[in-house]
Design a protein around this ligand. Structure first.
Ligand SMILES: Nc1nc2c(ncn2[C@@H]2O[C@H](COP(=O)(O)OP(=O)(O)OP(=O)(O)O)[C@@H](O)[C@H]2O)c(=O)[nH]1
Length: 416
């Protein structure tokens, strides 16, 4: 559980936040109602115990943001709560290295606070690369990104940036200036987008206000977003967060498109693209990659005897066992009670041994249903890769699966 320090004198606000946290398994608030109490809590607790501080700007014993300054000085990421927002408060806030400020209006304001806290937790695992030849600009951007708890790397030109991206596949966001020696920002974006390894990288270009059309050029060449100088801290933070959220959503969609909804195993679509990639790498090495098609025996009887839900449970448990047993390899639920398994690096004899061990394990494995228990068996058809296409390899494995079924099931077939 991640704790955050909530410094707030309004009992109502504390109540709403605690109510929103009621079902939360990742966040908990420790409340101080005054500056005095906050100091006491910070003195006794280890500072690193708190993910962040959520601080009311106006407290009876700290009427002008003194606790905000205090938590910032202690290095705690600080989210500010304020009862109202006027020009003065906004100016006062955007100059401070806070995470964000929120006007206390409704429960949505507090939901936003929790969203920000969760964002901070995620940001701690996200690497960002800032590319700018000016040390001053880099330091400034680094500070803004650090306020959001992001891990920042720096490069002073495009060549260094590309080298860093190649070294560190964890970098998810790149922020680049336009004016740089050797390779300008747009050339850098072009270079990066030519390399499919960096397809998932989010790029924000920064263009000077006096250069017409640069923002559009950044986007046309593959940047996801841009900022025109001068920009406010607030705008910068918003763009960074929005782009990271968009990246996460795209990843979730991709993940869903590649995953079988029932078993969480990779699906046929994923298998086909991954298997094609693997076969491509093994074209010049015939005989050391094997495909197996695995099919649970008499599965219809399980549905008929125990019901469809029990059938689903069997599929889920069998899938978990495949995932555990073959984690080094590529596997998928092809559909129904059929599964694909590709074993690169293994000659057919080695693949037979591995799948035969799995078959023996499965026939002894007791599946516990709500009211009952049962065991299952499977049959498998295997085909060694010798340079043919994936559909052809599948056709061979499928014909052998058919033979295994016809020869009595609960067995492997690897020859015609
Ligand atoms: N519970 C459940 N059943 C499914 C699912 N997908 C397919 N099935 C059922 O799986 C059964 C497959 O039956 P068959 O193709 O006749 O094969 P089988 O009974 O396993 O027989 P053999 O393969 O010849 O050993 C059908 O009754 C499908 O309705 C699913 O997601 N959940």
């Amino acid at each position: 559980m991640n704790k955050f320090l909530l410094v707030e004198d309004s009992a109502l606000v504390v109540k709403v936040i605690n109510h929103l946290l009621k079902t939360s398994t990742d966040l908990a608030a420790e409340v101080a109602t005054s500056k005095k109490q906050a100091i006491e809590m910070l003195r006794t607790a280890k500072r690193s115990e708190y993910v962040a501080a959520v601080v009311d700007l106006h407290l009876p014993d700290a009427p002008d943001g003194e606790v905000v300054d205090l938590t910032l000085k202690l290095g705690l990421p600080t989210i500010v709560l304020t009862g109202s927002l006027n020009e003065h408060t906004r100016d006062q806030m955007i100059d401070k290295p806070i995470v964000d400020y929120i006007v206390k209006e409704s429960r949505f304001s507090y939901e936003y606070v929790l969203k920000l806290l969760r964002r901070l937790l995620k940001n701690k695992e996200i690497d960002v690369l800032v590319v700018d030849d000016s040390v001053t600009s880099r330091t400034y951007l680094k500070q803004l990104l650090n306020n959001q708890q992001l891990r920042v790397h720096e490069a002073s030109d495009g060549t260094e940036a590309i080298a860093l991206l190649q070294q560190d596949p964890n970098i998810q966001l790149l922020i680049t200036d336009y004016h740089m020696p050797n390779m300008n920002g747009i050339e850098l974006v072009k270079n990066i987008r030519q390399n499919t390894t960096f397809d998932d990288l989010v790029i924000i270009g920064i263009s000077s206000h006096d250069t017409n059309g640069l923002s559009a050029q950044f986007i046309k060449n593959g940047a996801n977003d841009f900022l025109t100088k001068p920009f406010s801290n607030e705008e910068f933070q918003c763009r960074v967060i929005h782009n990271l959220e968009a990246l996460e959503n795209i990843r979730k969609i991709k993940q869903a498109a590649h995953t079988d909804y029932l078993t969480n195993l990779p699906n046929r679509r994923y298998f086909q693209s991954k298997a094609n990639e693997i076969l491509d790498q093994h074209k010049s090495k015939p005989g050391i990659c094997t495909l197996a098609i695995i099919d649970i025996d008499h599965f219809k009887r399980i549905n008929d005897q125990y019901g469809h839900d029990a059938g689903d449970q069997v599929l889920i448990e069998f899938s978990d066992l495949i995932a555990q047993g073959f984690q080094r390899f590529t596997f998928a639920r092809a559909g129904g009670e059929e599964f694909y398994l590709l074993l690169p690096g293994l000659k057919t004899a080695q693949a037979i041994k591995l799948i035969e061990n799995f078959r023996e394990m499965i026939e002894d494995h007791l599946i516990l249903l709500e009211q009952d228990s049962l065991t299952i068996t499977f049959s498998a058809g295997l085909a060694g890769f010798n340079g043919e296409s994936l559909p052809e390899l599948m056709r061979v494995a499928d014909a052998r699966l058919y033979s295994a079924k016809n020869s009595g099931r609960n067995q492997l077939c690897w020859e015609d």
